[in-house]
Design a protein around this ligand. Structure first.
Ligand code: FPP
Length: 252
């Protein structure tokens, strides 16, 4: 985005705000957005990808440090093959903008991490993911996770398997297993749990997203379909979060 446009745009004044450190976003409603317009579902996803970029940039600009976008779940493979192919193509295009990405990363300090099971993804996409992660590895202004072929239950199973392996070879005793051991085996290892999870499109579900990590997350829902989601909507979510009283099981 050009600097003149960024300067001109309205940004949330975060001075007296309790800003979430980590925001998770379930990008939902692309299909309904397309249906409302009588266009193919992939057009909704294309628009969703545009909004993903926009919200990612904006969130970083107002100071959110960690972002996790739910882009494709382990269950999404059951969609019609042409829709799956169209979504994969969007990932490919995003990743293929290598030069632009390097520039964007320089400017934005964006470190990319793709979370999910790569073994199920097309080989060219896996190569591009590895390249994008490599090229952004020294950035630290904002950490952006993209959940691709991701399932929260699978992620927990993966972590438990790593621990079981250590127990099996005598490196660890069952009684010594801690919550940190489970967290440390997740794709998000080393990152703070999400403070806020945003779900647009009028659905009120977690849909297998960051199941372990969301134990104490605050949730914010909206009827807006993801392709219509704006930076004002993001501000509303952040302001609502800022006013919440998080007790983490304690008394208020
Ligand atoms: C859910 O909406 C959305 C998806 C399964 C795909 C999300 C993908 C994107 C927004 C593209 C992301 C691109 C990049 C580059 C990260 P839905 O299709 O279930 O909507 P519906 O509930 O209205 O049918």
């Amino acid at each position: 985005m050009c600097c003149a446009r960024r300067e001109a745009e309205k940004m949330l004044d975060t001075t007296n705000i309790n800003l979430p450190r980590h925001v998770g976003v379930i990008m939902d409603g692309n299909g309904r957005w397309a249906k409302k317009r009588g266009v193919p579902r992939w057009e909704g996803h294309r628009e969703g990808a545009r909004v993903f970029r926009r919200i990612g940039e904006y969130a970083a600009d107002i100071g959110v440090k960690y972002l996790t976008f739910y882009a494709f779940s382990t269950e999404n493979w059951s969609r019609p093959p042409e829709e799956v192919a169209a979504i994969m193509q969007l990932f490919r295009e995003y990743l293929l903008e290598g030069d632009e990405r390097i520039k964007e990363n320089e400017e934005k300090g964006m470190r990319l991490r793709f979370i999910g099971d790569r073994s199920g993804l097309p080989a060219d996409i896996v190569n591009l993911i590895e390249k994008a992660e490599r090229e952004s590895a020294d950035k630290s202004r904002v950490y952006v996770n993209i959940a691709l072929n991701y399932g929260g239950r699978d992620e927990i199973v993966g972590s438990v398997k790593k621990i079981a392996q250590k127990v099996a070879c005598g490196e660890m005793k069952p009684d010594d297993i801690t919550q940190d051991d489970i967290s440390g085996g997740l794709y998000t290892a080393g990152q703070p749990d999400p403070d806020l999870i945003i779900r647009p499109s009028g659905e009120y579900r977690i849909s297998n997203f960051l199941l372990w990590q969301s134990a104490y997350s605050e949730f914010w829902y909206s009827d807006v379909l993801w392709p219509d989601f704006t930076t004002d909507d993001f501000d509303r979510a952040v302001l609502a979060y800022s006013g919440r009283n998080r007790r983490f099981g304690n008394i208020g």
